[in-house]
Design a protein around this ligand. Structure first.
Ligand SMILES: Nc1nc2c(c(=O)[nH]1)N[C@H]1C(S)=C(S)[C@@H](COP(=O)(O)OP(=O)(O)OC[C@H]3O[C@@H](n4cnc5c(N)ncnc54)[C@H](O)[C@@H]3O)O[C@H]1N2
Ligand code: MOO
Length: 414
């Protein structure tokens, strides 16, 4: 396979999606608190109304709203206070016209009442008498039974990533365990005779293995269970053994380095040797990231990423992450958050190739100025400055200084 026959990015993504159709990690049950960030393996519907009874949202008096009609400071509405609701207890009384009940924030609104008047808009000449100094509308200052979530409503959709909000609503319904997809188990292999692990001392000519750590961190952030398989020397037999081991216990394998055409490049041969269908493409029309490899060894997708760390990170973001979403059963593709910005300089791009630029955002008035971080793809130091990425699609030949662009955020400013 000739890697200079580069596949367009959209075709590469389609080929990956086609290969992963029906390949999804198995479900497992986890405790609610451990479900954060996991992908729901089933729809979750509320077994009950939330709140299960009407509740006050203020400290005040539960009343019939009609009884407060026309009330004002000069002509207050009169009520007889028939009792008090206590926090955490059922309200046993039923309000008749002209009656009011003292109620705390969160207390159960008694039968017959349809609104709560805030304490500060009332006066109590004595314990039994209440003056309402302004009217309240039906439903004011209270949450009706089932108003938050009605029984049977879908709270989480199968394939959705579970957020703190989902956890909250599930807790409110008393759901203690959730069926989610397993974390995608990813094995990372770095290749290259020049690489040493970060714990070792580097000799002249050697460099530390950046990709295992940078890619491992990206994948962990994406919710994967990551195994660093370490560095494999550029030798056919060792490499095949490492890859075989990785495919046995993982859902996805990433190899970095050894993807371009060269005497030491065993990745393609090894993937083809280990099982069908083998390599499905080698080379994508993307900069950086051209020498990317994708293959499947039986049901396990294998990515060969460029050795240059920054290029490997771009490909991870743009190509590996969509594959992870499919593997983890995520039903919806949510575009990464983008912010509008004005481009800070002219940027040339080659038509027929998708270009990605790392961007630093500078606040400018109500918006941002996008400053491209330009440098060779081997320079990892650049990326620490980046807030996001700019994509120039294959059908464009560049952008001008001052043009409005959309930046995909790769980090949040907290
Ligand atoms: N004649 C050509 N040479 C190259 C081309 C080309 O089109 N024609 N493409 C260049 C591009 S672009 C890239 S990217 C690299 C891809 O090469 P490989 O994927 O085979 O990777 P290596 O040769 O093993 O490494 C490239 C570079 O990255 C460093 N590296 C590798 N792994 C790591 C790691 N884990 N941590 C840190 N740095 C790593 C490695 O030392 C090399 O400097 O090919 C170009 N060549
Ligand atoms: O394609 Mo290389 O991956 O530009 O750095």
């Amino acid at each position: 396979m000739d890697f200079f026959q580069c596949l367009p990015l959209d075709k590469a993504r389609d080929r990956i999606a086609g290969s992963l159709a029906g390949v999804t990690v198995a479900p497992e049950t986890v405790l609610l608190i451990d479900a954060l960030g996991r992908v729901a393996a089933q729809d979750l519907r509320s077994p009950e109304d939330l709140p299960p009874f009407s509740r006050s949202t203020v400290d005040g008096f539960a009343v019939r709203s009609a009884d407060t009609f026309g009330a004002s400071e000069t002509a207050p509405a009169f009520f007889v206070v028939i009792g008090e609701v206590f926090m955490g207890q059922a309200a046993p009384m039923e309000l008749a016209p002209g009656q009011a009940v003292a109620i705390p924030t969160g207390g159960m609104v008694p039968a017959g009442a349809d609104a709560v008047i805030m304490l500060e808009y009332t006066e109590q000449p004595d314990r039994q008498t209440l003056l309402a100094l302004k009217p309240v509308a039906p439903g004011e200052n209270m949450v009706a039974k089932g108003e938050d979530v009605s029984a049977g409503r879908r709270m989480v959709k199968q394939g959705q990533k579970i957020t703190p909000g989902h956890i909250g609503v599930l807790a409110a319904c008393g759901i203690t365990e959730v069926l989610v997809r397993q974390r995608v188990k990813v094995a990372l292999i770095s290749t290259g005779d020049e690489l040493v692990d970060i714990h070792e001392t580097v000799q002249m000519g050697q460099i530390r293995d950046v990709n295992s750590y940078a890619l491992g961190a990206m994948l962990k952030e994406a919710g994967c269970q990551v195994t660093l398989m370490g560095i494999v020397r550029d030798c056919g037999a060792d490499f095949i053994e490492a890859l075989q081991k990785a495919t046995k216990d993982h859902h996805l394998v990433i190899i970095s380095g050894g993807s371009s055409v060269g005497a030491r490049d065993y990745t393609v041969e090894a993937i083809n040797a280990l099982g069908d269908p083998g390599v499905l493409f080698h080379g994508i029309a993307v900069k950086p990231g051209k020498p990317t490899i994708f293959g499947m060894i039986h049901q396990v997708p294998i990515f060969g990423l460029p050795g240059h760390p920054v290029a490997a990170m771009v490909v991870s973001e743009q190509v590996v992450k969509p594959a992870l979403r499919l593997l983890s059963g995520q039903s919806e593709y949510t575009e990464p958050y983008r912010v509008s910005a004005s481009l800070g300089r002219n940027l040339a791009s080659t038509p027929g190739r998708d270009d990605f630029f790392w961007i630093r955002l500078h606040p400018q008035g109500e918006s941002y100025r996008a400053e491209p971080i330009l440098g060779k793809s081997g320079l990892i130091g650049l990326i620490t400055e980046a807030d996001g990425m700019l994509h120039i699609p294959a059908d464009q030949s560049g952008l001008y200084d001052g043009e409005q662009v959309k930046i995909m955020l790769t980090r949040s400013r907290e």
